[in-house]
Design a protein. Structure first.
Length: 150
């Protein structure tokens, strides 16, 4: 049993190394200092982590949009990573107070250019939750997380 577990860990490590090599080959040299993979998905794809948590990645750049500006999760646990591909602008991420079916207090208060951060929260109430960058909400930097019934 112990041997089997060791082998699994080793295979996982090898798979991880392979993925790193692949992404290193495909990445732009300009972006090599980022801690974020250059080929990260910004299409709103939600994946399920081994612990059952839903994972979604949102990008910000040197404009006033979120990529994607809309995505859908199922009621439950969500891990949201905010990745900055900006070189100049500092952004943040929060759910607009009073704008959704329920409050989600978790936020990423500040994200400097080129950085990334992750937040986790649980959402139970289905519906549309508006999120925003509070620095640039007046410039239209908002988005919507739709929550489907679990
Ligand atoms: Cu912003």
């Amino acid at each position: 049993m112990v041997e089997l577990r060791r082998r699994t860990v080793l295979l996982t490590a090898l798979a991880g190394a392979g993925a790193m090599v692949l992404s290193a080959c495909g990445s732009d040299p300009d972006e090599s200092s980022d801690d974020a993979p250059a080929d990260v998905s910004a299409d709103g794809t939600v994946s399920i982590a081994p612990d059952g948590t839903q994972e979604v990645t949102v990008l910000v750049r040197d404009d006033y949009d979120f990529y994607p500006a809309a995505f859908t999760v199922t009621a439950g646990r969500v891990r949201l990573s905010l990745i900055s591909e900006a070189k100049e602008l500092t952004h943040n991420f929060r759910f607009t107070p009073g704008a959704g079916p329920a409050e989600i207090a978790e936020e990423i208060p500040i994200l400097a250019p080129g950085m990334s951060d992750t937040m986790e929260f649980t959402v139970d109430q289905p519906g549309d939750y508006q999120f925003e960058c509070s620095f640039h909400v007046a410039l239209g930097q908002i988005g919507t997380m739709a929550v489907a019934p679990g």
